[in-house]
Write a new protein. Structure first.
Length: 294
């Protein structure tokens, strides 16, 4: 298993996984929508195929030339792409690693705390807003019955500098930028909601371990610590010399970041354990906590 296709390779997670794989002498192929990125990727040692994940002919060609696919391209909510990959890989025995998102744990708590820690064994009953993500994950895992080595990875709040073309994550930089505009570290409602988090390089290492070791039909939650949004806001105020952290209404988060970002990205809880990855794959996160990257 040497040729690895990555969708979303110009993104934060995909680009970092690519770098880790190249360092281990894998051949990395990137499916890219924008041909303007091909030069940069080629210079990094990455083969490129230009086309859309929703063009089934392009997708079939890309998958046929790869031993495994790691799907990162806006994947958590895209049932069409997920199903197309499953259909193309059925019966091949090839590996399919799918990137989900830990907002599936969110209860729309509006800044209230919920310290329940999810594990992969706990049956999920997601809110309506996140139900499709869980259904997609289940569809991927069940594809193991179609002779696909299917694996789902669920990242939490990712931080740190990416190793690919995109250097920054989404949540923490957005919270920092919003806080700077307000003039104070910002949290929403009480800000007592808790998010697990993981450094981007540790997360990419988990993908490599899953590629090399995971069993078909496996799901792994990825975290290496947790923090309340209020604590992050307080650290932002301290780091950037802003006024003391303050609460704003959850509705303002919804207005700025959209319903999913407001209610789930910044005002819900997303707390889980990665004990399974540590035990089964011997995953050993190495990087400092999220507070060091504010």
């Amino acid at each position: 298993m040497k040729r690895i296709l990555i969708t979303g390779i110009t993104g934060y997670i995909g680009g970092t996984i690519a770098r880790k794989l190249l360092d281990k002498k894998y051949t990395v192929i990137g499916l890219v929508r924008d041909k303007n990125h091909t030069g940069e990727l080629s210079a990094a040692g990455i083969e490129t195929i230009v086309g859309s994940i929703h063009d089934e002919a392009v997708l079939q060609t890309a998958l046929s030339g790869a031993d495994a696919v790691i799907h990162n391209a806006d994947s958590a909510d895209d049932a069409y792409a997920a199903d197309s990959i499953v259909n193309a890989l059925a019966g091949t025995g090839k590996t399919f690693i799918f990137t989900s998102g830990s907002a599936i744990f969110g209860g729309k708590e509006n800044g209230e705390s919920n310290d329940f820690v999810f594990t992969e064994d706990f049956p999920l009953q997601p809110r309506l807003e996140m139900a499709s993500r869980v259904l997609i994950n289940q569809h991927i895992l069940r594809s193991a019955r179609k002779k696909i080595r299917s694996i789902v990875i669920v990242p939490t709040m990712v931080y740190g500098e990416g190793l690919g073309l995109k250097k920054d994550s989404i949540q923490l930089p957005a919270l920092i930028s919003f806080s700077k505009k307000k003039g104070f570290g910002t949290y929403f409602g009480k800000g007592e909601n808790i998010w697990s988090n993981v450094h981007i390089e540790d997360l990419a290492d988990l993908y490599v371990l899953a590629l090399e070791q995971a069993k078909a039909g496996s799901i792994y939650y990825a975290e290496n610590g947790a923090s309340t949004i209020k604590h992050l806001a307080e650290k932002i105020s301290e780091q950037y010399g802003l006024y003391p952290a303050q609460s704003v209404k959850v509705q303002e988060a919804v207005d700025i970041f959209g319903p999913a970002g407001g209610y789930f990205g910044f005002a819900s809880n997303s707390l889980c354990s990665s004990d399974k990855a540590r035990t089964e794959l011997q995953w050993k996160p190495q990087h400092p906590s999220i507070e060091h990257y504010i």
